[in-house]
Design a protein around this ligand. Structure first.
Ligand SMILES: [Zn+2]
Ligand SMILES: [Zn+2]
Length: 303
């Protein structure tokens, strides 16, 4: 938030001890059917690394910033193609993220016998808790950092008709992502569908937590949810991944705001059914959003 499937391959957790040197012994298994090999660290098992990297498959990584470093505990995503790697988001601040990202890229290069790869640092949206580490990538070789306004995002991804046009983004080697303009929670937001893993990233528009929607932008939000849901009508989606976890494992119950540990946390991944449930709910609300508690998320209007 912010005020202002199933993996075909076994996932591997790489605790970024290289970033912290801390030893962490969280629970070892994520549970049957989960797309990630290990549970996400939630600051309830003693000292933990600043970042936790999980390999979804050999070309797809999901990273969590420790809630102990910032209560937002945001997720960061890396999609590798032959020519470029797309990084979505740079964290909420309070730590350095680039050493961990560089390490993942170096390992990927070695595993794939490549000397270099272009890094594109873009954002699910430009709230502070997703862009705070941008400066770390300024001046990094082979790197583009995408701007924060809807105009800059549209220009970079070559969206001519924002927000209704959905465009491909080619990572090379046959890996293509679909970029879906998604204003509502924030004007520069995008959703990203990966044709390879069939993961759908929905940023802060949909995740297991409080879905903050400014009253004034509810129309745009509703149109975005319709746009993304329509897009999925002709596609298989393995999982929807968002940017935060704010729900507990007790249906309908969220954590207090601004707390620095998440005991018994909800899973990150949501099924496509959650998007359809959200669509039905917001479509039924008319002109203004209202607070509505669902089992896996809470629609949370901001006046
Ligand atoms: Zn946000
Ligand atoms: Zn956020």
């Amino acid at each position: 938030m912010s005020d202002s499937g199933k993996a075909g391959l076994a996932a591997v957790t790489i605790l970024s001890a290289f970033a912290m040197g801390a030893s962490w012994s969280g629970p070892a298994a994520a549970g049957a059917g989960a797309p990630f090999a290990a549970p996400w660290m939630d600051a309830t098992h003693g000292p933990e690394p600043e970042m936790q990297v999980q390999r979804y498959d050999g070309n797809t990584y999901v990273v969590r910033q420790s809630i102990a470093t910032n209560f937002e505990g945001p997720f960061i995503f890396l999609f590798f193609g032959k020519d470029r790697v797309l990084q979505l988001d740079t964290g909420a601040g309070g730590l350095r993220i680039r050493p961990t990202i560089d390490k993942v890229i170096a390992e990927w290069l070695q595993a794939n016998g490549q000397k270099s790869i272009q890094l594109v640092v873009a954002h699910t949206h430009s709230h502070r808790d997703h862009i705070a580490g941008d400066e770390e990538f300024t001046g990094r070789p082979d790197t583009t950092v995408v701007g924060h306004s809807p105009e800059e995002v549209a220009a970079f991804f070559k969206v001519h008709d924002w927000p209704t046009e959905i465009v491909p983004f080619d990572l090379g080697g046959g890996r293509v992502l679909d970029i879906i303009p998604s204003p509502g929670h924030q004007p520069a937001e995008i959703s990203v569908f990966d044709r390879q893993t069939r993961l759908l990233l929905m940023g802060d528009e949909l995740y297991p937590g409080r879905l903050y929607i400014p009253n004034a932008d509810f129309k745009a939000y509703r149109a975005t949810i319709d746009r993304v849901a329509d897009f999925t009508a002709t596609r298989q989606v393995t999982w929807i991944l968002g940017n935060h976890i704010e729900m507990t494992r007790t249906p309908g119950r969220d954590y207090a705001m601004h707390i620095h540990s998440h005991p018994a946390e909800h899973r990150l991944e949501l099924p496509l059914a959650s998007l359809l449930e959200l669509r039905k709910a917001v479509d039924a609300m008319g002109e203004l959003p209202r607070l509505e508690v669902h089992e896996d998320f809470i629609i949370y209007p901001l006046p």
